[in-house]
Each structure stands twice: as C-alpha cells, then as structure tokens.
Design a protein around this ligand. Structure first.
Ligand code: GLC
Length: 458
C-alpha cells in the first residue's frame, strides 16, 4: 500500500535508532572539539570560571537578575543554609521593541526593573554597594567570574551596540545612569545557574539543562581537558556547552520544515540543534507541516487547499498549544477543536483531522524529548569517569532541568526517560534522575555572587 501524504510527513519526524546514535556521536565530537577550538565562530564549551558546586550551607542576601529569551526576572535571594532559600522575584516581559532596539534602552530598562524590585523589598542600604549575580540566557565568552563578552544572541534578539561588549560594563552602565549603586559580582549562563542551584538542594546533580524558549546544558569538566581555558589554575570547572549551537548537517535529521525555520530565522545556520527541539520553534514546526498538508489537501480538506490567514503568520502556532492539545486525554481529541476554534477561528474538523493533528503534534514533541535525551547521553558519556560515574551501580546522577517545555509539556520527562532507557539500557538509565529545577537562574546567580565576593569560586 502506498503511504498517504500525511503518513509520509509525520514519519519524517520519527527518529530511527541509527539516527539517534548518529546524533550522540556527532554531539560527542562537537563537545570534544569545543574544548580546544580557537575558532571565534565556534561558541561552544565556554568556561564559567566556577570551580566547584555549592555545599548547601551558603548564607546571605543577594540581588539577582535572570535575563531570558522571553522574560527578565529580578530577585532578592536570601540564602538560608541547609539548602533553603527565600526569594522575592518579579517578572517582566521583554517586548519585541526592547529586543530589537538599542543596547542602551535595554540596559536602562533592566536598571528600572531592578529599582522597582528594591522598592518592593524595601532594601535600603544607604550608600552601600549592592552585589548582584546575573544569569544570562545567551552565549558569553567569560574572562572572569563576573566578566564576559556577549557573543551571538538568538531567540529573536537583535540589539545594537551589545555584541562583543562586556556584560558587566553594559549592566553597570545602566545602573549608573539610573543612580543605582549595584555592582555585578557574578555572571553565569542560565544552564550554569540551573546546575549550581539544583546542586544546592540536590547534591547528586552533575548536569544542568534548560529546555525553554531555547535549549542548552552545563556540566563539570576536568580543567586539563579544556585546552582553550587560560584563567587561574584549577582541577575542574563548570562548562557552558552551548549545545544549542551544535549540530552539523551530516548528523542532524533535519526535515524540510526544520530547514525552512532556519532559512527564515534572524541568523540562518546558527543554533541548528536548538531550532529542532526548543519551545520557540516546536510550534512553528507544527504550523509549517500543517500549512504544507493543507496546501496538498492532505488534512482539513474542507479548506479546499487554502491556508487560513490565522495560520499563515510565522510563529502563530505556539508550543503552548501543543501542550494544551497533548494534555487533553479525551478519545476524540476535543482539545484540538478547542485550540483551532479559539486561536485560529477554524471549525468543522473531522474526527480524522483531529486524530491526525494530535499525532503530528505528539510526534514532534517526542522527537524533541528523544533529541534532548540523546544530547544528555553525549554529555553523560563525556563526563563519565570524572564528574560522573555511570559504571557504579550505587551512584545516582541527577540532571537538573529547568524550562517551560520540560515543566509544562505533558509527559516530557517520561518521554526523555523512555529514550534514555532505549539508548543506555535499563541498568544505566536507572541511575539517572531527571529533576525539575525551578527558578535556578536567580538562585544560582546569587550563590555564585556570594562565593565570588568572598574571594573564591563556588
Ligand atoms: C540559547 C543560548 C544559551 C542558553 C539557552 C537556554 O541557546 O544561546 O546561552 O543557555 O538558550 O536558555
């Protein structure tokens, strides 16, 4: 029997064992290559200058900000010891105007948000300088624990006068313009924040992963392996892998829809791996496949091959809709109807349309979970024998994972674990814990700020 256009489309998103193994091998090669590369275009495997994890006993009050692809969080973090923290946090959406405006406007706004937080928590330290830890969800090339040059920014950011500048100077410039006596004492990537903060509460944590608007991971590497590092001597260090930016055409199983997302993005050819799995792009993959299927009369046939305006806009199909649809367990997939009616004004779906849309969404979500699991395996194997010991049956390795996709996408953690078992076998996989690490950004930044201020790295 010949396959239907629909079947053929969906199957492009199903990964074979061989394809998964190729991803693991390819990522492993890139993890190794990143340790020594001098190529300025290769932003992977960035040293964090953080040489140990927290003990859980750290105490003190710190300011923190966490700048992500969608929101800016400002926080006052009270480290109470015993793995306990008290956090007052405020969240501000970063508008499209801010994302595509001047660096000065962005850093003025960050200073205003910080001033708002200080007012709320009534921190008044007179003339005393306040220390701040900063989590930055973009690539930076660090030169010290509190200094780093901003490298390429994805996630729809296009800021002028920021790339190549030192983040501490940019932030403190904003604070000075707004008369705030705030000094940046630590700058960390969000994955590093996740690793550090989750280790504070769960000491077997050895890897931090973000799966949100973007994706990335941090782990602990032997310093002797990091030949491109030329800072103070140490035995080991947390590395920000920037796995988002990995992924060569030879091993990434890109469909024509993945290629299209890349081609029309702000920076084509950048963050190919991220564009296949993270929250900013998953919904868009669904939309592109749907548009193609509608045009070929292989779904929603009552539309007569015409794509409604509401589905024609780039990024119109949010990853959140995938979560909503997958959370609906009714046998007739009523959730599909709901999303199509309320968000796209499309009514009259047949039971078959609903089942197909559900299947398409489920397959794209599962591919993301499998590819994330494959990337975790590459990292676990790279760290095995140093910070991780996969061969000891008594050793548990925890991967702390933060981000809307991991937290809100139904069964994501379960799907990842299924893939880990398939790849590593039941025994080894049973020693891995996937744990939700919430709000790691601000807490991690506060922890690193605390120790860096007292002269040591975490
Ligand atoms: C992007 C950034 C990276 C960040 C990740 C997750 O890929 O380049 O630095 O960690 O998103 O937020």
């Amino acid at each position: 029997m010949t396959k239907s256009i629909f079947q053929e489309t969906v199957e492009q998103f199903v990964l074979s064992k061989d394809q998964v193994q190729k991803i693991i091998n390819g990522l492993t090669d890139e993890l190794v290559e990143g340790l020594s590369t001098k190529d300025p275009k290769n932003i992977t495997q960035q040293p964090s200058f953080i040489t140990r994890l927290p003990t859980g006993h750290e105490t003190g009050l710190y300011l923190a900000i966490d700048m992500g692809g969608t929101n800016l969080r400002t926080a006052a973090v009270h480290l109470l010891g015993d793995g306990q923290v008290g956090v007052t946090m405020q969240k501000h959406e970063i508008t499209h105007e801010l994302k595509t405006g001047t660096g000065q406007a962005m850093f003025d706004w960050i200073a205003d948000c910080t001033a708002g937080l200080l007012k709320t928590v009534a921190i008044d330290m007179g003339d005393a300088e306040l220390q701040m830890g900063v989590t930055f969800s973009f690539a930076i090339q660090q030169t010290a624990i509190n200094r780093g040059k901003v490298l390429a920014m994805g996630k729809g950011f296009d800021l002028s006068d920021v790339m190549g500048h030192d983040l501490k100077d940019l932030l403190e410039g904003g604070f000075a313009r707004k008369n705030l006596n705030v000094k940046v004492s630590a700058i960390i990537n969000d994955t590093v924040g996740t690793l550090v903060s989750h280790a504070y509460v769960s000491p077997s944590t050895k890897i931090g992963v973000i799966l949100a608007t973007g994706t990335n991971a941090a782990y602990i590497e032997r310093a002797s392996e990091v030949s491109k590092y030329n800072g103070p001597t140490c035995d080991q260090m947390i590395l920000n892998t920037e796995w988002d930016a990995m992924g060569k055409a030879e091993y990434l199983p890109q469909t024509k829809y993945d290629k299209e997302i890349d081609a029309v993005s702000l920076v084509p050819g950048f963050q190919e791996f991220e564009k296949m799995i993270s929250g900013l792009y998953m919904g868009e993959l669904v939309r592109l496949a749907l548009v193609d299927l509608i045009e070929r009369n292989a779904i929603l046939e009552f539309l007569g091959g015409k794509v409604p305006e509401s589905l024609s806009q780039r990024l119109a199909f949010k990853t959140l809709f995938m979560s909503t649809i997958e959370s609906d367990h009714s046998s007739d997939h009523a959730g599909v109807d709901k999303v199509f009616k309320t968000s796209f004004g499309i009514e009259g779906l047949t039971p078959e349309d609903r089942a197909r849309i559900f299947q398409l969404i489920h397959t794209i979500g599962k591919r993301s979970a499998t590819m994330t699991a494959a990337a975790c395996v590459a990292l676990l194997q790279k760290a095995n024998g140093s910070s991780v010991n996969l061969d000891d049956p008594n050793e548990i390795t925890t991967i702390g994972i933060d981000g809307s996709v991991f937290e809100k996408y139904p069964h994501f953690s379960h799907s990842m674990m299924e893939s880990l078992i398939e790849i590593m076998g039941q025994d080894r996989a049973s020693r891995i814990r996937l744990e939700l690490a919430r709000d790691g950004g601000c807490i991690g930044a506060a922890l690193v700020a605390m120790v860096s201020e007292s002269g040591g790295a975490v």
